[in-house]
Design a protein. Structure first.
Length: 368
C-alpha cells in the first residue's frame, strides 16, 4: 500500500502590496519629512522618495509632518547696556570738536555693558558694542590678508564674556584680541579703531598745551638741618616731566623718526650749535634746559617746553595716554529737565516795579 504524502491541494497564493515609487523634487521631500530610499541623482535635481502604501491617507501624513515645524525664535542680543550717568535729553548739543570728543568718550566711560560673544567675528563684535553705546565706528581693516601689519583682521572669530564692565573696557578687550598694536581714538566725533601707525596719520594730529607751573615747584627739605639742600629749578623739573611722558605714555610715538637710527641729541659734553648755551634747532632730543629748548621729536608725536608750558603735537590716542579721560560728558539720553536754567541775560534783568496801590496796608482787598 502506497501512501502519497504530497498534498493534492495547491497552495493559496496571495499578492503582497508593493510600495509605489514616484519622483518628486528634493525640496518637497525635505518639507514633508519623507525617508529617501535611494541616493540622489547627480544628473537630475530629483530623487526617488517613498510614498505611503496603498490604502493610507497622504493627508494625515502631511498634517503630522506640518506639526513638527517650529517658528524661528528671536536671537538674544550679544550686548546689553545700562548707564551709570546721563544728562537731560534737551541739553544743548556740543558745538566744538573738543566737546564732541568728550561726549563720545563719555558714552564709553559712563556705560555698563554685559557682553557675550561666541564665535563672533571681530568686526561684528566691535560694531555691536558701538551700536549699544551709540558711537559712530570706523575700523581700519586689513589690506593684505597675509600681512598682519596692514590692518585689523575683522573676520577673525573670538569668544568673549564680560559682565558689568564699562563700554571702554569691553571695546579695549575686543581690540586687544584683534592685535597688540591696535588701539582706539576719537577724531572729528568718530570712534576709530586700527593699528597705531594708521591712527597716527598726519591729518589726525592736534596741538595741545599743559600748564606745569604747579608741578615745577620743588618744596624745600627741612629734614637735614644744617646741611645744604640743592633745590632743582622749575625748568629742570619740567624737563624731567617731559622725559617721563616720552617713556611712559605711548613711548613708540616718541621713538626716532624712521629715517634716523637714533635721536640727534645735544645732551652731553662738548659745544652745540649756536654757542655753548644756545639752542640747537637741528636736534630731535634735548633734555637739558641749560642747552636750549627741551624737545623730543618722535615718529608720531613731538613734545617740547615753553617756559612752564608743555606743548604736545600728537594723535588723539597719545593725548589720551597723557590726559586720561578727564572731563568725559555723560550722554544726552536722560528725561528732559523739569525747569530749564535761566540764561545770563535773564538773570541780569532787574525785576519790574510793582504798581503802587492806595489801599491801606494790611487790607485783604480793595474797598469799592
Amino acid at each position: 500500500m502506497r501512501i502519497d504524502l504530497r498534498s493534492t491541494h495547491k497552495p493559496t497564493s496571495f499578492a503582497i502590496p508593493r510600495p509605489k515609487f514616484s519622483v518628486v523634487p528634493r525640496a518637497a521631500s525635505l518639507v514633508l519629512g519623507m525617508t529617501c530610499l535611494s541616493a540622489p541623482c547627480h544628473s537630475d535635481p530629483c530623487h526617488a522618495t517613498y510614498v505611503a502604501p496603498i490604502g493610507s491617507k497622504p493627508a494625515d501624513q502631511t498634517a503630522t509632518a506640518a506639526t513638527t515645524l517650529t517658528a524661528p525664535t528671536e536671537r538674544e542680543p550679544n550686548v546689553r547696556t545700562t548707564w551709570a550717568a546721563m544728562r537731560p535729553s534737551d541739553t544743548p548739543a556740543p558745538e566744538s570738536d573738543s566737546e564732541r570728543r568728550l561726549e563720545a568718550i563719555g558714552r564709553l566711560v559712563h556705560s555698563r555693558v554685559d557682553v557675550r560673544f561666541e564665535d563672533v567675528p571681530i568686526g561684528a563684535a566691535l560694531q555691536e558694542i558701538a551700536d549699544a553705546v551709540g558711537l559712530n565706528l570706523l575700523v581700519f581693516e586689513q589690506v593684505d590678508p597675509n600681512d598682519a601689519r596692514s590692518g585689523i583682521d575683522v573676520d577673525r572669530r573670538i569668544d568673549l564674556t564680560l559682565e558689568g564692565v564699562s563700554g571702554r573696557a569691553a571695546l579695549e578687550a575686543v581690540i586687544g584680541l584683534a592685535s597688540r598694536q591696535a588701539t582706539w581714538q576719537v577724531f572729528n566725533g568718530v570712534f576709530e579703531v586700527g593699528l597705531r601707525k594708521d591712527l597716527a596719520r598726519a591729518s589726525a594730529r592736534s596741538l595741545r598745551t599743559h600748564d606745569a607751573t604747579d608741578l615745577s615747584l620743588d618744596p624745600p627739605d627741612f629734614s637735614g638741618c644744617g646741611r645744604i639742600h640743592s633745590r632743582r629749578s622749575g625748568e629742570e623739573i619740567v624737563a624731567e616731566l617731559v622725559r617721563m611722558i616720552s617713556t611712559h605714555c605711548e613711548p613708540e610715538a616718541f621713538r626716532p623718526l624712521p629715517n634716523r637710527s637714533m635721536h640727534d641729541t645735544n645732551v652731553g659734553s662738548g659745544p652745540v650749535q649756536g654757542g655753548a648755551n644756545g639752542p640747537n634747532d637741528q636736534s630731535t632730543l634735548n633734555l637739558d634746559p641749560s642747552r636750549g629748548v627741551v624737545r623730543i621729536e618722535g615718529q608720531w608725536a613731538t613734545i617740547q617746553t615753553k617756559e612752564k608750558l608743555i606743548v604736545v603735537s600728537a594723535p588723539d590716542f597719545v593725548h589720551r595716554a597723557i590726559e586720561g579721560c578727564e572731563g568725559a560728558l555723560p550722554p544726552r539720553i536722560g528725561p528732559p529737565a523739569a525747569e530749564k536754567p535761566a540764561s545770563r541775560a535773564t538773570l541780569d534783568q532787574k525785576p519790574a516795579a510793582e504798581p503802587r496801590s492806595n489801599a491801606p496796608a494790611g487790607s485783604g482787598r480793595a474797598q469799592p
